[in-house]
Write a protein that binds this ligand. Structure first.
Ligand code: ZN
Length: 468
């Protein structure tokens, strides 16, 4: 059996500036042996399932159609969280069509294997077109596969840090998936350091344990893979995160905050989790009222609405959803990223802490860290490519992002990559592009969005709301 041509390992929530010799020596050693893309960008909302959908399809949310970690389904008439795969199955059934609007690279390749230690919803989205085999502690595709997985070894319970589950995923790859199934492409989604960051923020001893621990697990995986496979040098390793993280400045109970605005659940709906909130309403007056109300709150950040004139959205003073890649058929009518800031919070645990803070929805796994909004700290994730297709010791400053993973894998497998928002990273040199600032001003506010544009592609740097 041959080794996979591509092994892609997702280190959930690992910020680019968390890669250090002290904490992540094994990932840095891989960067040394391969190519380190140092200007890598996430997708907005910087929520795991939105990012996974972009990683799997190579397009922005406006093309793949998964607008948030939580969303309001008009078909079901209710708000759903996409964290549970059963909810995605129900939503898809109610829509009577595709889960994601675009093909995943597994569909284009006609197969592959995904092992996920993260939420069942994100695992399901990696396999949105059900072209791959999926292994997850509570979800499997095909379903009969669950017995097969259990035969291969006991699944440890989730923990903090969640290193046993991460070890289970990597061991399963070496013990069973690679030797028995020999998939040409294997994706392994590790829950750390994100899982710990939600409770602890990106600081302190437990966070360090998670970060150091997941790096060590990767180091051991790579060593064993090389020792056991004569053909390991033929494999391209793609090592990446989906988004970053910021320290939580406050947990906002949006239902309570919005209690005085009449019509919730009737004339308007809200779906919120972590750093983003999605609003839905038929009436423009209602949306204007919502936007005006949000702007009275210190925790509210940039607002986006459907296509208007230029950078401005249809609702006065907001930005166009399309500018951030989040328009499209399934977009909310109004999208808010929670407010964020630079530096450190007062009284914050600064032991090994990374700068950057933001407000969070109460719908978050913990109160230590959050992501989902559009700060540079959440948008800066990492990518390293190592193997025969990647130049050793190379550093790439040109902009790259989540949207480039799928075309890269397709290109490594000799497939066509046209029609995607991203571009294969095997095509070098890449255009460095230019940073472009967009600005929308209204009476008491100014909203700025920065993106780097290169060869018709764009990568979001940040979006900021400032009060006059
Ligand atoms: Zn994530």
């Amino acid at each position: 059996m041959r080794a996979p041509r591509v092994i892609a390992i997702q280190f959930d929530g690992l910020r680019a500036d968390a890669l250090t010799e002290e904490s992540t020596p094994n990932l840095l050693a891989a960067a040394e042996r391969g190519t380190w893309f140092q200007n890598h960008r996430s997708t907005f909302p910087t929520s795991t399932r939105v990012c996974v959908s972009s990683l799997a399809t190579g397009v922005y949310p406006q093309e793949h159609g998964l607008p948030g970690n939580s969303l309001f389904s008009r078909e079901l008439g209710e708000t759903i969280t996409t964290g549970r795969h059963e909810n995605l199955v129900n939503w898809q059934r109610a829509m009577g069509g595709r889960l994601l609007l675009r093909d995943t690279f597994f569909e284009r390749l006609g197969g592959g294997v995904i092992i996920s230690a993260a939420s069942s919803g994100s695992a399901w989205l990696w396999n949105a077109g059900r072209a791959a085999h999926l292994i997850h502690p509570v979800a499997a595709y095909p379903d009969e596969w669950r017995d097969e997985i259990e035969k291969a070894g006991e699944i440890p319970p989730a923990g903090e840090p969640d290193l046993d589950r991460c070890a289970w995923a990597l061991d399963l790859a070496l013990d069973y998936v690679i030797p028995e199934l020999a998939p040409p492409v294997l994706v392994v989604h590790l829950s750390e350091p994100d899982s710990t960051q939600h409770h602890q923020g990106a600081a302190g001893a437990v966070h360090r344990q998670a970060l150091v621990g997941v790096d060590r697990l990767f180091g051991a995986f790579r060593e064993r893979f090389q020792a056991e496979r004569d053909d390991s040098e033929q494999t391209n390793l793609l090592l990446f995160s989906d988004h970053g993280v910021v320290a939580t400045a406050g947990m906002i109970d949006l239902e309570a905050e919005l209690a005085d605005l009449p019509g919730r659940g009737e004339s308007w709906h809200v779906a919120h989790s972590e750093g983003a909130a999605l609003f839905y309403a038929e009436s423009e007056d209602t949306l204007i009222e919502l936007a005006a109300f949000l702007r009275t709150k210190g925790w509210a950040g940039p607002l986006f609405s459907k296509e208007g004139e230029g950078a401005e959205g249809a609702l006065p003073g907001t930005m166009s959803l399309g500018l951030a890649g989040c328009g499209g058929a399934r977009a909310p009518d109004l999208l808010m990223g929670f407010q964020w800031g630079d530096g450190f919070l007062e009284g914050e645990n600064r032991e090994g802490a990374l700068p950057g803070w933001g407000y969070s929805s109460v719908n978050n796994k913990g109160s230590g860290g959050t992501h989902g909004s559009c700060s540079p700290y959440e948008l800066r994730n990492f990518l390293i490519g190592a193997g025969p297709a990647f130049e050793a010791g190379s550093r790439v400053d040109a902009p790259t992002g989540n949207i480039d993973l799928a075309p890269t894998i397709l290109s490594l497998m000799g497939k066509e990559t046209s029609g995607l928002d991203g571009e294969a990273l095997t095509k070098m040199p890449r255009a460095r592009g230019e940073e472009r600032l967009y600005r929308v001003e209204s009476k008491d506010f100014a909203q700025t969005l920065s993106r780097t544009e290169a060869d018709g592609r764009f990568y979001l740097n940040f979006a900021r709301l400032e009060k006059a």
